[in-house]
Design a protein around this ligand. Structure first.
Ligand code: DAH
Length: 563
């Protein structure tokens, strides 16, 4: 399982120094072109969050190459989000009006591309949008500008590099992330827009923002994990005040900035909840205050950050309690702060809420790395940022039991929600489940390096989250099928096949058995796939056909031997 919260994972990864290779295989549905990578020439983007900073000059693209002709074809004639293959073996896709030619890195499957552009967060009567609005009601105008970022294709630079992700971070692996080509991914988190949002802030009056968007991670299959989910990102910055006169020293201006943070903190209401084991000091070796930050200013920012998020949690969980969801009675809402690690904040924290008998991770946050602000032209500002998974909050606000429901077009689901209303979801009848096992021998292959940066990457497999999830993905908790025998097979690749074949009809996929034959050294795995529709009863025939297709793809793409 991919860990839900970034910090834990990154710490584990740092300690364990992952050495597994990522999968090399490319799903059969996307023929890999034999050429080197190709850069898109499209230039349109969504608002301030366009992944395209500059338009490649016409001169740099030779219009006579097969690639450029194919790109033109994709741009002008192709159906959006449909993978196209050219006569000379190139393949590519146009996504929301931007054309891409695939390269050896591409791994975005048709079933994932199909979900791009639904904009659930823009449908006022959808639980994702209702939850987004609830969050925005806490972080609202005029302090915060509320954005959505409709185009999920971002550059590797924005998703990872500018945020300080190390080159060998597991989140970069093709087993965890959907690559459109070697320089573009389907964003794995809303933090991919941090840089653009900070640049936008430099030119606009607001001191904070929120961004809501769909995010994508290759992952395992169960009721709380889906390869597309929604996140919201927020930030608040304080600028150095203008000098009062020519003689005013920087120190004194910074003192006034500090006082402004304190007065903003004082102006925040006191939320009705109980903070268990409050963090006493924000400075220690494992979670340090940045060297260029004044400790007392950083302390004040942390307090403002934590108070702001406690207000959010109090609002959301009170709404859930008032709607009678979860049967939690009259107990006070309890939260606790945990130290964390994110490449883009320090110090960093996670917030957990006590809900129905367990601690639930809700969000990650921290004091923004000064280098990120400097790179966005905001070197005299300082502040905090957070990221929240919307599905997790929405599931608990509305009592929605299965994450696939958010994507349902069934009126029995959609008609239950209304803008501004929180009420408990009434499940419509539950259709029978049908499980089928698939057992197979893995091929005895030699270890292979990851195509990403040529470095070993891969994480374990597993569930991102209904929520904030490991900063941009990656997981160290589960090994690939076998680190030595068969690095070419990664569980997430198996999950991807199941998703591609069965789509939302796959409810749950679990490894139920594994062993190594001592004589041959080959490893056998057995997965159990639970097929169930949320909307109707599946016929035996239909399930058998799905299962046969899964097996066939498995054999074709991984050269396994079905047992
Ligand atoms: N991007 C992080 C994730 O997906 C969440 C996050 C953590 C966002 C800390 C932030 C932040 O802006 O400051 O796990």
């Amino acid at each position: 399982m991919r860990l839900f919260i970034t910090g834990v994972f990154v710490r584990a990864a740092r300690n364990a120094r992952l050495t597994r290779g990522g999968s090399q295989s490319i799903p059969a549905s996307i023929p890999a072109p034999p050429r080197a990578r190709w850069a898109s020439t499209s230039t349109t983007g969504s608002g301030p969050f366009s992944p395209y900073r500059s338009k490649p000059s016409k001169a740099s693209v030779d219009a006579t190459t097969p690639e450029s002709r194919f790109l033109d074809h994709l741009q002008n004639d192709a159906e959006d989000k449909k993978i196209v293959t050219s006569a000379d073996g190139l393949s590519g896709v146009r996504i929301l009006n931007q054309a891409f030619v695939f390269d050896e890195t591409s791994n975005a499957s048709p079933s994932i591309l199909d979900l791009v552009g639904r904009e659930l967060y823009n449908n006022p009567n959808h639980p994702i949008c209702i939850t987004r609005r609830l969050i925005e009601s806490v972080f609202n105008h005029p302090t915060y500008k509320n954005h959505v970022a409709t185009n999920p294709v971002v550059t590797v630079k924005d998703n990872f590099d500018v945020l300080g992700f190390p080159k060998d971070h597991p989140g970069r692996s093709r087993t965890d992330t959907y690559y459109i080509d070697s320089t573009h991914v389907l964003r794995t988190h809303t933090s991919a827009h941090q840089h653009a949002a900070f640049e936008y802030m430099g030119k606009n009056p607001e001191v904070g923002y929120t961004i809501c968007a769909d995010v994508y991670r290759r992952d395992s299959i169960d009721r709380s994990h889906f390869p597309v989910f929604h996140q919201m990102e927020g930030a608040h910055l304080w600028a150095m005040p203008e000098p009062l006169n020519e003689k005013e020293l920087r120190y004194s201006r910074q003192e006034r900035r500090y006082n402004k943070i304190l007065s903003d903190l004082k102006a925040l209401p006191q939320p009705k909840l109980m903070v268990v084991d409050p963090i006493q000091s924000h400075n220690n070796e494992t979670n340090p205050i940045q060297v260029n930050h004044d400790p007392k200013e950083c302390e004040a920012i942390c307090e403002h950050l934590q108070r702001s998020l406690e207000i959010l949690v109090a609002k959301v969980f009170t709404a859930a309690k008032d709607a009678g969801v979860g049967n939690v009675g009259d107990d006070p809402i309890k939260v606790r702060w945990i130290e964390a690690y994110f490449p883009f904040t320090s110090p960093s924290y996670e917030l957990e809420v006590w809900w129905q008998g367990e601690w639930l991770e809700i969000l990650g946050c921290g004091v923004t790395q000064q280098s990120i602000l400097n790179n966005a032209g905001l070197s005299d500002r300082i502040g905090w940022a957070w990221g929240i998974g919307i599905e997790r909050l929405a599931m608990l606000l509305f009592g929605i039991p299965d994450i696939r429901l958010f994507w349902s077009k069934d009126d029995r689901f959609l008609s239950q929600f209304k803008a501004g209303e929180i009420r408990s979801f009434a499940p419509f009848s539950k259709y029978p489940t049908c499980y089928k096992d698939v057992a197979f021998w893995l091929p005895k292959t030699s270890p292979s390096a990851s195509p990403i940066s040529g470095s070993p990457s891969s994480s374990g497999s597993g569930s991102s989250s209904t929520g904030v999830a490991a900063a941009a993905g990656g997981d160290a908790t589960k090994s690939p099928a076998d680190a030595n025998l068969s690095t070419a097979f990664h569980e997430n690749d198996f999950m991807e096949i199941v998703r591609d074949v069965a789509g939302p009809l796959a409810e749950d996929v679990r490894l139920v058995d594994e062993y190594v034959n001592r004589k041959t050294g080959r490893k056998s795995l057995c997965y159990r796939i639970n097929y169930r529709s949320l909307e109707r009863t599946l016929t035996n025939e239909e399930v058998n056909k799905l299962h046969e297709d899964v097996k066939k793809r498995l054999v074709d793409e991984f050269e396994v031997t079905i047992r």
